[in-house]
Design a protein around this ligand. Sequence first.
Ligand SMILES: *Cc1c(COP(=O)(O)O)cnc(C)c1O
Length: 427
Amino acid sequence: MSNYKIETKCVQGGYTPKNGEPRQIPIVQSTTFRYETSEDMGKLFDLEASGYFYSRLQNPTCDTVAAKICELEGGSAAMLTSSGQAANFYAIFNIATCGDHVISCSTIYGGTFNLFAVTMKKMGIEFTFVSPDCTDEELHAAFRENTKAVFGETIANPALTVLDIERFARIAHEHGVPMIVDNTFATPVNCRPFEWGADIVTHSTTKYMDGHGAAVGGCIVDSGKFDWLAHKEKFPGLCTPDDSYHGIVYAERFGLEGAFITKATAQLMRDFGSTPAPQSAFLLNLGLESLHVRMERHCANAQAVAEFLEGHEKIAWVNYSGLPSNPYYDLAKKYLPKGSCGVVSFGVRGGRRAAEQMMKHLKLAAIETHVADARTCCLHPASATHRQMNDEELLAAGVSGDLVRLSCGLESAEDLIADLAQALDAV
Ligand SMILES: *Cc1c(COP(=O)(O)O)cnc(C)c1O
């Protein structure tokens, strides 16, 4: 599929049925797989042969869908996880352990911030948060001897900052560590971080990839380009023997293309088991088949809504990188030439109370802890997803008290604008 355009890969990537096989991907609803001899099975447990033996580690339906996302991102290997949270946790924990340090953009999803700043900190991994707008010098200064990765979101949820992926990846590489990019909001239809030097891409497939609010899920894709062995001392987990698999060295045995995902599957999936259900992978694939068509409409609706809001007297500010007034307009032109995403954020004059008041009057946009759905939805992050943050952390995350996050769905832009207009009239 590698020579086809992204639209064709969305529809047909990952699965090519042979003569007489099902046209749609089969749902392999089986926890386990049958073998003729114990020797056959033993080889699987030694990672000497590849094959399925237990769906906690790998399942054919999930692998088929992972292969499609791998093609969409232009990667070398990929795995599905049961959620975006699991994807980001695995992506980092696969290369960083107790005593290590990771640099992350401060404008990231609230759940990821909590995972990094609270839960992973308890595990002994320390994070330094830097602004996506930091200077090269500030970013260099954040590195330590024990830094193992740099992390950021292509388009931050909900701050909507656009990451200068090329710059961040270059500096990460100067320090011998990979750049991990959460590409959830942009999707590979609008941006492929590997083309700008990123090494690992993660997704909450719960968002646009699924696109219908049907199944929670995540994905990790490896570019296959980061040379772990060139930085052996930093990545012992990939470059020294794994006792739990008779001394296998992942980077030697599976090469640059396969080491990262094989280790994450063989160790992290085995031990933590954040496995997606085959049924969920099937639903995800249905979403992927129309991703390219839907992204275009999500972006067009968001652009129209953002332009309407920017001209409205009751709106204090609008944040959408498709507006020429936006500080990320130029970065978006570079990284997101086809459009960014369907999410627009804005402040209602009168602050927090006015925002809550306006949201109550919306008829089409439902209040939900969700984005990237076919149906328009909205949220007041300061009282929901970012509730655990103090004022200083909120500010660093780019979330002000009056911020409303509006995720434009696939409805008519005219109807969405009329809905917003009547809700604003009621404030
Ligand atoms: C939603 C989200 C996550 C978490 O994904 P879940 O599927 O909800 O676990 C991670 N990153 C970003 C950018 C998200 O929007």
